[in-house]
Design a protein around this ligand. Structure first.
Ligand SMILES: [Zn+2]
Length: 307
């Protein structure tokens, strides 16, 4: 007991003795992917908290009072944007009563503004198109090129908010950029033999991933984004998969496996539960591990198909 008090006092004294020290910038992100990228750049100059957990569907997050508290004291909020969080973030932001992090304020960063966005709808948008993705596909972080762009946007923003640490953030970005480039070489080399492999995905979470790594998405278990599987759509999907010989069904961990498994039984395809976000599996501890995990799962499945 006594020693705990003493060491706490010693720590306080040490902290007090560093006149240059400033409090870590409080960063809140909507997803764990953005939290991981923020950590890469901010290091110990920031504290990071994510609202959604990696195993949750980021379109539908249950609001908790603790989220409002986190947002209330945040210096910076980083969001995925493209209306991914439209169903749950706006009321939390309003109740946070924190002017610093409202859209348009310096403490608000929409990570989608500097990345490559796919599936931007052309013409008029109607409800018939489905419930989600009216501003293009928001699952863009699943292309490592976009991860690099997000990291760069975070570097720029952190530098703007805390210019005294500009060199630190720049060095952290350069280091991340280098490690990511090395990992990309590894992922590209291992997936190269499987270029053009036809796959089906449950939700439209993987267009950026598929484009980056040369997979060909030929259909979806959902008839439209946000709409649950229907019998007719499933019959059509099975017919199409048999026709083009699609052998893999990629599923996000928060969807029911019943329909994918029955499609797999009919077609002989394999069901793979991939990791759409950091934190969705125990070993997916950061942004680079996210791709390691998914690339390894896909490789394991495709090697088994004899393609
Ligand atoms: Zn989506």
């Amino acid at each position: 007991m006594r020693s705990t008090i003493l060491s706490a006092l010693t720590l306080a004294a040490l902290l007090g003795a560093a006149p240059e020290a400033h409090a870590a910038l409080k960063v809140v992100t909507t997803t764990e992917d953005l939290a991981s990228l923020s950590r890469e750049i901010g290091g110990d100059k920031i504290s990071v908290d994510s609202i959604a957990k990696g195993y949750q569907d980021p379109h539908f997050v249950e609001a908790k009072p603790s989220f409002i508290l986190k947002l209330h004291s945040a210096d910076l909020l980083v969001v995925v944007g493209r209306e991914l969080e439209i169903g749950w973030l706006p009321p939390l932001l309003q109740q946070s009563r924190n002017q610093k992090i409202q859209p348009g304020s310096p403490g608000y960063l929409d990570a989608s503004l500097t990345v490559k966005i796919l599936e931007i709808p052309q013409g008029q948008i109607t409800r018939a198109m489905g419930d989600v993705h009216p501003l293009g596909n928001p699952h863009y972080w699943l292309d490592p090129g976009n991860g690099r762009r997000i990291a760069q946007a975070i570097q720029t923003k952190l530098t703007e908010l805390q210019p005294v640490d500009a060199a630190f953030f720049a060095q952290r970005f350069a280091d991340f950029d280098k490690r990511l480039a090395e990992a990309e070489k590894r992922w590209d080399a291992s997936l190269l033999p499987f270029k053009g492999t036809k796959v089906v995905t449950y939700h439209r979470s993987w267009p950026n991933f598929a484009e980056r790594f040369g997979l060909d998405v030929i259909g979806y278990v959902e008839p439209k984004p946000g709409i649950p599987p229907s019998p007719q759509h499933t019959i059509d999907l099975i017919a199409e998969m048999k026709k083009v010989k699609a052998m893999v069904i990629l599923v996000e961990p928060y969807f029911d496996l019943k329909t994918p498994q029955s499609v797999a039984r009919e077609t002989g395809a394999k069901v793979l539960v991939l990791s759409p976000s950091v934190g969705s599996e125990k070993e997916v501890t950061d942004y680079i591990h996210l791709f390691d995990y998914n690339v390894n799962l896909i490789l394991g499945a495709l090697k088994g198909t004899g393609k």
